[in-house]
Write a protein that binds this ligand. Structure first.
Ligand code: NAD
Length: 391
């Protein structure tokens, strides 16, 4: 993660987070470990809990403990243990938070009022987290500024499109060893993430159907060369279904009833509510684990549907999430945003705020440098032309 490394080296010299209590609720992976080490290099006192009970890498958690980070996470922890771990972090009265799904900031807002007494600000890594935080803001209850890292350009373009696109298919392949060429893949949701999934699915030789509720995005999918249709129609056609909407019950009983024998169901959205697993279970006369990450539901005579990774986020539950090269940029954004909050938090409004464009540009600049890519600069005459109305 060369981008983060260069920030870490600067943090070691400048110590911009000296003594700041930072609490992070993120997937406990080796990439997150590099982010935490960068924050510690900047002087932060860091604590970490998981943002999903299934994605913790226990060896990484142990290594971070050895580095002096308080880690509250263990792979496969129960829902109660997961919730207790988030509360444990909140109870340490953090000054800056990092979230991936807004669980930590939600607890800080709903729990003991003294827990949020020292909050300067937070960052949010994912769309679903921002939805929740904006809802909190709309109720007038958001108590600190939150930088929408998920909406930084370097994040949108690289993390969601390339990172999730590739790793979602990687998760499906690891779980099933399916040949994608010649299959019909139905992607529900054509946002940044869905677009990445579609891009890679088509590259692997699949035909893609997109289901959308937003006319603009649906039109974009059509113009990008996909078939577009309602999910009920797509239900009869798909071999593999991938939900990536951020919504709930996008695939439900009425869809399961129409699906072909052998259809695969995977979710790449943040929460495990996009596929209505309870309705699938109600419909099933029998269910069996056919592969470690594939559960098969008998839903009619000679009709079996295969659910991957319990309907949890498949690129993390069945694979390793985004490749480090992508997380390098996301977490470089996170590190620079934490620094921005530490230095300017007091003057920021208690709202969900965009990542400052300078941070985005700096991340792109460092990434290009790490790739050995050089680019042109505007000449003085070009700059003048572009900033003047006279010529
Ligand atoms: N797996 C990962 O690593 C990963 C990475 C990034 C984002 N995410 C998650 O993926 C989800 C989508 O994120 P995004 O950034 O693409 O969001 P987005 O808002 O850009 O796109 C979501 C799209 O889904 C559409 N949609 C909503 N409900 C629908 C429905 N019932 N049927 C069909 N389409 C519907 C919306 O119109 C929208 O175009 C979120 O839950 C986000 O947290 C996961």
């Amino acid at each position: 993660m060369p981008v983060l490394r260069s920030i870490r080296e600067r943090f070691e010299r400048e110590c911009p987070l000296d003594g700041v209590r930072v609490a992070a609720c993120l997937h406990v992976t080796s990439e997150t470990a590099n982010l935490l080490r960068t924050l510690i290099a900047g002087g932060a006192q860091a604590q970490l809990c998981a943002s999903n009970p299934l994605t913790t890498q226990d060896d990484v958690a142990a290594a971070l403990v050895a580095d002096g980070v308080g880690v509250h996470a263990v792979r496969g922890e129960s829902a109660d243990a997961y919730a207790a771990h988030v509360v444990a972090l909140a109870a340490r009265v953090p000054q800056i938070t990092l979230d991936d799904g807004a669980d930590l900031l939600s607890v800080l807002h709903a729990g003991e009022p003294s827990w949020s007494a020292a909050l300067i600000g937070g960052t949010e890594e994912t769309t679903t987290g921002l939805l929740r935080l904006r809802a909190l803001q709309d109720e007038g209850r958001l108590r600190c500024p939150v930088l929408a890292v998920n909406e930084a350009l370097t994040e949108r373009s690289f993390n969601d499109r390339y990172g999730t696109g590739q790793s979602t298919l990687d998760g499906i392949l690891r779980a099933t060893n399916l040949l994608l060429a010649g299959r019909t893949i139905v992607v529900l949701g054509y946002g940044w993430t869905g677009k990445g999934v579609v891009l890679r699915a088509r590259g692997a030789g699949a035909s893609v159907i997109v289901c959308e509720v937003d006319p603009l995005r649906a039109l974009e999918a059509r113009m990008d060369g996909c078939e577009v249709m309602p999910a009920l129609d797509a239900a009869q056609r798909g071999d593999v279904f991938i939900t990536v909407t951020g919504g709930r019950a996008v695939l439900a009983r009425e869809h399961f009833e129409r699906m072909k024998d052998g259809a695969m169901l995977a979710n790449a959205g943040h929460f495990d509510v996009e596929i209505a697993v309870d309705e699938l279970a109600e419909l099933a006369t029998e269910r069996r684990q056919v592969l470690p990450l594939v559960e098969q539901f008998e839903v009619g005579p000679q009709r079996r549907l295969n659910l991957l990774a319990q309907g949890r986020v498949v690129n993390l539950a069945a694979a390793e999430g985004h490749p480090a090269a992508v997380m390098d940029m996301s977490f470089a954004n996170q590190a620079l945003c934490v620094e921005h909050i530490a230095l300017n938090g007091a003057s920021l409004q208690a709202r969900v705020l965009p990542v400052p464009p300078d941070i985005d540009r700096e991340v792109a600049r460092l990434k290009l440098r790490s790739l050995g890519v050089r680019i042109d600069e505007l000449t003085a005459a070009q700059r003048e032309y572009l900033t003047s109305w006279r010529s």
